[in-house]
Design a binder for this molecule. Structure first.
Ligand code: SAM
Length: 301
């Protein structure tokens, strides 16, 4: 999910993979072939086509020069904005939209670190897709894929102790995905129980991400519209003693984006972003950007 394929009401988004091509080259190919195409105003290398444009099987997609990816899904890597030689961990990576986006950004910034992205997922089938997508993106030397449970990773061990930024995009209800909005058939009670269960795991994963010794930025995102998986998770984790003592706070994610976190949920909700499936021409999405106030003393990476 995240490639917007089944979301009928959305434009077709296609992200230029800077490992294999350039925006200008992609634009000239599409324009020569008569496609109507524009560049997104928020995500620098994201192209927009009118809804219904079918790029499946197009040579640019087959060659991995562009990746079909919904706009909201591009926001996590943009929010992290990794520095050139950072090691970045994608903690719930499959099928790899954000992983290949991180690799594209780092490669365009001239990163010489190999690997510069560690991609982790525990699901066997999705992990295979992740590896296929990384290969098709030409990112095999940039990304190291590991099939494991993120919670089982010891943050003190190499290479994880060297990680500077984490993208955490855990399993969620998917209630923001346009092809799923309003299709919930569960009772209110089942719905509340399900959200509670998801939120409990989301909090555990987020607290684990914030425990890595050299990490300075963490993005937490979901494709859910429910505050229980979004603002409430962030508020709860921010109040955790270990997180407070680790000097973590929120910074304003994607400052130019207007639609912010839900008001009256917690004091810093305006630091977070939301995308509204009805108004923002993309799937429903939530993102909070955690930053460590003080760099960890005594280590130069
Ligand atoms: N970030 C992906 C992308 O943009 O393509 C989508 C991630 S999807 C929303 C959530 C993923 O988290 C699933 O592939 C799931 O297998 C993985 N996951 C959930 N819990 C996990 C855990 N404890 N450790 C590792 N992976 C986990």
């Amino acid at each position: 999910l995240g490639n917007g394929d089944d979301a009928k009401g959305l434009p077709r988004y296609a992200r230029v993979n800077l490992i294999k091509g350039t925006r200008e080259r992609a634009l000239s190919i599409y324009r020569e072939e008569g496609y109507e195409v524009a560049v997104d105003e928020h995500i620098p290398n994201l192209l927009i086509f009118p809804r219904g444009t079918d790029l499946h099987g197009h040579e640019t997609v087959e060659r991995g020069e562009v990746i079909l990816q919904d706009k909201s899904s591009c926001m996590a890597a943009e929010a992290i904005s990794p520095r050139p030689n950072w090691l970045v961990l994608d903690a719930c990576a499959a099928p790899g939209n954000k992983t290949t986006h991180l690799a594209s950004i780092l490669s365009s910034k001239g990163s010489t670190r190999r690997p510069c992205v560690l991609a982790v997922d525990r699901d066997e089938k999705r992990f295979q897709t992740l590896k296929d997508r990384v290969r098709n993106a030409g990112a095999e030397d940039l990304v190291q894929c590991t099939r494991t449970d993120f919670l089982s990773i010891d943050p003190a061990k190499k290479p994880f102790c060297d990680v500077r930024a984490i993208v955490l995009d855990p399993s969620c209800s998917g209630s923001g995905l346009l092809n799923r909005v309003s299709v919930s058939k569960s009772s209110d009670q089942e719905h509340v129980k399900r959200l509670d269960k998801l939120a409990r795991v989301q909090k555990l994963l987020l607290k684990h991400a914030l425990s890595f010794p050299n990490v300075v930025v963490v993005s937490y995102s979901t494709c859910s519209i429910h505050k229980e998986e979004n603002e409430m998770v962030v508020a709860s984790v921010l109040g955790d003693d270990v997180v407070v003592s680790g000097s973590w706070g929120l910074s304003r994610a994607l400052p130019q984006w207007k639609n912010r976190g839900l008001e009256h949920t917690f004091d810093e909700s305006q630091m977070c972003i939301r995308t509204d499936p009805g108004l923002d021409n993309t799937n429903g999405f939530f993102l909070a950007k955690f930053e460590r106030a003080q760099p960890t003393p005594g280590r130069v990476l």
